[in-house]
Design a protein around this ligand. Sequence first.
Ligand code: ADP
Ligand code: ADP
Length: 225
Amino acid sequence: APYLQVNKLWKHYGNFAALKEVSLEIEEGEFVCFLGPSGCGKTTLLRAIAGLDPQSRGEIVQGGQTISRLPPEQRDFGIVFQSYALFPNLTVTQNIAYGLRSLKKSRQEVAQKVNELLETIGLPDMAHKYPAQLSGGQQQRIALARALATEPSLLLLDEPLSALDARVRLHLRQEIRSLQRKLGITTIMVTHDQDEALAMADRIVVMNHGIIEQVGTPEQVYRRP
Ligand code: ADP
Ligand code: ADP
């Protein structure tokens, strides 16, 4: 069975339907991009998978379990937003450790996990810095480490690169993809950038006006008819 199944999902804001009976299947370990113009419903679909907004109708199944009615704390995911969303008054270590503390890990376990993640994202010397002392690309790497700290089975990325300058963006594309491959973690990334989706995705979900227009590999989606 697919790792993630979205079945006939609807999301209304008042009378406006942001998602109209959206269905989708994602396999374990896939890197999937939601692609489409601003306002087409990409973020709404990602947030529905995370349980961050009440959905209107439909079902979401993750790892064989129906999660549609579970609050976000009871779902299994890590998430990275466009604008870093790091806690400005916490150090890098404290930011990354944030989710771990609620799991009641020992200080030693937390310190070990944080160090391991800082190595993984290539920022071993940043442990005691504050977010404002870091570049945008470094902050986004920290946000990624924080999302991965609890070892979730699903990684959700909401336009994680769009606030960064072009050079950093290209670099981080590769870093995220190689980290994702190494961990084998099922990943969904929202983007409005075709080039980014083409470069990164195993499969692209093309959305428009609250529906899925097309799903396929980059080759399938971009092949001329
Ligand atoms: P995308 O991520 O593709 O840019 P969104 O999922 O953010 O699009 O939004 C889809 C549509 O739903 C847009 O028309 C947006 O204006 C609308 N929308 C999103 N959030 C809300 C909200 N909280 N209240 C009302 N409308 C919303
Ligand atoms: P995106 O970068 O995904 O396009 P937006 O800028 O559309 O995001 O939305 C940013 C925030 O504003 C989101 O939390 C979204 O839910 C909310 N939002 C978007 N459109 C509306 C709307 N028409 N009414 C109220 N809230 C909205």
